[in-house]
Design a protein around this ligand. Structure first.
Ligand code: COS
Length: 388
């Protein structure tokens, strides 16, 4: 379970795994059935410092960097993908966008409460007409005196119904469009004119609340601009790059959990008078899973290392998300096959894992977008600029 990482990361993993085994895993089925992650669980995760794992201590974080954060996401997703998704949206893209480009004053204002779990964060990019084409956003921010007024809608926003602070990308200069005329704003959900739609009913991740956000002339003081006016698109693209690494880590945890279930089942299940582990058809599936997971682990940990050491990582981040989500889907699918009818039972975790895994190929940039990002980076290295 240590995977040859330095001792401080092993200690972090042990701490998180213990919490997951005792406090999250026993609730995972109930979370799926009820569609709710109790806010008390998030508060307790915050009190233990888990909601600030990657961030420096000066902002209330744990200072464990991207690698520490990836280890946490891996462990959380092993226990409950719904809980992992709430925390991934909160830390990995929500708080991250503020941490990357926000002013010190803004970070001082919000990050300690976000890292302690007193406040929950969301990242709002997607709109009715802007998904993969992120630059097509229309939500408008108009400057009047010392404030901006936000008008428009965001949709499919993870943590939408529970977020206290939402980092929102809005058009501030329509003549420049999103690529030079969009800005990020930190909006508090209690402000007048802000409201959310009812939670979306999804195939999986039932405990991770997702909704539409409405902005009806929401007044945002100038101090809540995140980063520079007009450079919000870049802030959001950089945030998504980092988010893709930890998303890869989460899928790694999901795939690993499926493999462990298969190994246990191959030892206990008897058919044709012997453990199914002795059958080559089962061995081949388990071996393929193990090999793919090991390759994914190496990629995710190396990419996290690139992030922590200030090296370029955009291409590798796309690979983490692409390979991770497809590996997890494939491994969980094989696990269902190995478990036979039990794999389809709603009383056994694989059916839930199967439904929960599917979205990883879609959210935070579809896998088609990841292929485009990887190809763009490859071609950029030889001086060719690709357009979507
Ligand atoms: N890091 C830093 N800056 C970046 C960047 C990145 N990864 N990607 C783009 N930028 C900046 C650059 O400044 C770029 O200009 P130059 O390269 O000319 O200097 C500018 O933003 C515009 O970039 P580009 O023209 O490549 O943007 P596109 O509109 O063509 O979009 C894709 C590119 C498709 C990759 C982008 O729209 C995307 O990632 N889409 C998916 C969005 C997504 O993940 N949605 C999921 C919902 S949010 S959870």
């Amino acid at each position: 379970m240590n995977y040859d990482l330095p001792p401080e990361y092993n200690a972090l993993r042990r701490m998180i795994r213990e919490f997951c085994e005792e406090e999250i895993k026993p609730l995972a089925h109930h979370i799926d059935e009820s569609g709710v992650v109790e806010s008390d669980l998030l508060r307790r995760l915050g009190a233990l410092g888990f909601l600030g794992v990657p961030f420096p201590r000066e902002y209330g974080g744990m200072g464990a960097g991207e690698l520490g954060y990836c280890i946490m996401m891996e462990e959380l997703n092993r226990a409950s993908p719904s809980v992992a998704t709430i925390i991934g949206a909160h830390i990995g893209i929500g708080v991250m966008s503020m941490y990357l480009d926000g002013s010190k004053a803004l970070k001082d204002k919000y990050m300690p409460d976000l890292c302690s779990g007193k406040m929950i964060c969301a990242f709002a990019l997607t709109e009715p007409n802007a998904g993969s084409d992120a630059a097509a956003i229309q939500l408008r921010a108009t400057l009047e005196g010392d404030s901006y007024f936000l008008d428009g809608q965001k949709m499919w926003i993870t943590n939408g119904p529970i977020a206290d602070v939402i980092n929102v990308l809005a058009i501030t200069d329509p003549s420049l469009g999103a690529r030079g005329g969009a800005t990020v704003f930190a909006v508090e959900s209690k402000w007048e004119g802000y409201s959310t739609g009812k939670p979306e009913r999804k195939m999986g991740l039932h405990g991770s609340p997702t909704s539409l956000l409405n902005f009806d002339s929401v007044r945002v003081p100038k101090e809540n601009v995140v980063g520079q006016i007009g450079l919000g698109f870049v802030t959001f693209m950089k945030t998504l790059d980092i988010g893709r690494v930890s998303l890869g880590a989460a899928t790694l945890g999901g795939a690993q959990a499926a493999l462990e279930m298969c190994v246990r089942w191959a030892r206990t299940r008897q058919q044709f008078g012997r453990q199914i582990a002795h059958m080559q058809s089962i061995q081949f599936m388990i071996a393929d899973m193990a090999a793919e997971i090991e390759a994914l682990r190496a990629l995710v940990y190396r990419t996290a290392w690139l992030v922590d050491n200030g090296r370029p990582f955009i291409k590798e981040a796309g690979m983490c998300k692409l390979l991770g989500s497809e590996t997890a889907s494939r491994c969980i699918d094989r696990a269902v096959q190995i478990h036979g009818a039990l794999g389809l039972s709603r009383d056994f975790p694989l059916e839930r894992a199967f439904r929960d895994a599917r979205i990883s190929e879609i959210f935070e940039g579809t896998n088609e977008i990841q292929r485009l990002v990887i190809a763009s980076e490859l071609m950029r290295e030889v001086g060719v600029r690709l357009r979507p």
